[in-house]
Write a protein that binds this ligand. Structure first.
Ligand code: GRF
Length: 215
């Protein structure tokens, strides 16, 4: 099995990027990050990538007239690295349908909720306000629907009585750092497949909520 080439897109801190870097460095996982691309020049994740000896690129959306032109340039930049997998790790841009279709079946995102609940922003506060007893995070294949797409793996977190958005976010974030590397590893080992819109792991269809990860 030859190494899968991975391109990671970020806009900020890149703690999920770091978790993936660390995981790939640990084991005999047949994958490597070919490049980290940020739409923000000051994203700390670029420093993390450089420290790990990974190539970085910055492509600012501000230099483009509209979303279509930015996404076309982004796609060209990504494709220059010939990736098998593109990983959105805190990339704070809405992507055009053309871009998403181009990477069908090889584009991952992580979202801080138990999808399909709480698409969009402020997920932790929304879960608390709704009186939910459980919250969490999800890795999913990206489709044209924002925070939609077939679910790969979810990690639940219990909401405790004294939780606020910050305390909950911390626990969710540390689980993100578990499940994102896991999903990337599955992909690199050819254990994941998307067939007719449903995710298969080791040849067996997962439930619509994906694999349920518990510690
Ligand atoms: C995470 O909360 C992730 O769920 C969301 O963006 C955030 C990225 O965090 N999509 P980091 O940059 O990986 O620390």
């Amino acid at each position: 099995m030859s190494d899968k080439r991975i391109v990671v897109l970020i806009s900020g801190s890149g703690s999920n990027l770091q978790a993936i870097i660390d995981h790939l460095a640990q084991g005999n996982i047949p994958g490597r990050i070919s490049a980290v691309i940020s739409n923000k020049a000051d994203a700390y994740g670029l420093t993390r990538a450089t420290n790990a000896g990974i190539e970085t690129r910055v492509l600012s959306h501000r230099e483009f007239a509209d979303r279509e032109h930015f996404d076309t340039a982004l796609q060209e930049l990504i494709d220059s690295f010939e990736p098998d997998l593109v990983v959105l790790a805190g990339f704070m841009r809405i992507l055009t349908p053309e871009f998403v279709r181009h990477y069908a079946g090889r584009l991952f995102n992580i979202h801080p909720s138990l999808l399909p609940k709480y698409k969009g922003l402020h997920t932790h506060q929304r879960a608390i306000d709704a009186g939910d007893r459980e919250h969490g995070c999800t890795v999913h294949f990206v489709t044209e629907e924002l925070d939609g797409g077939p679910l790969i793996v979810q990690a639940p977190v219990a909401i405790e009585p004294g939780d606020d958005a910050d305390s909950l976010q911390q626990r969710v974030h540390s689980l993100e750092h578990r499940i994102y590397p896991l999903a990337v590893e599955w992909f690199c080992r050819d254990r994941l497949a998307l067939r007719a819109g449903s995710v298969h792991l080791d040849g067996t269809a997962l439930p619509a909520s994906g694999f349920r990860y518990t510690e």
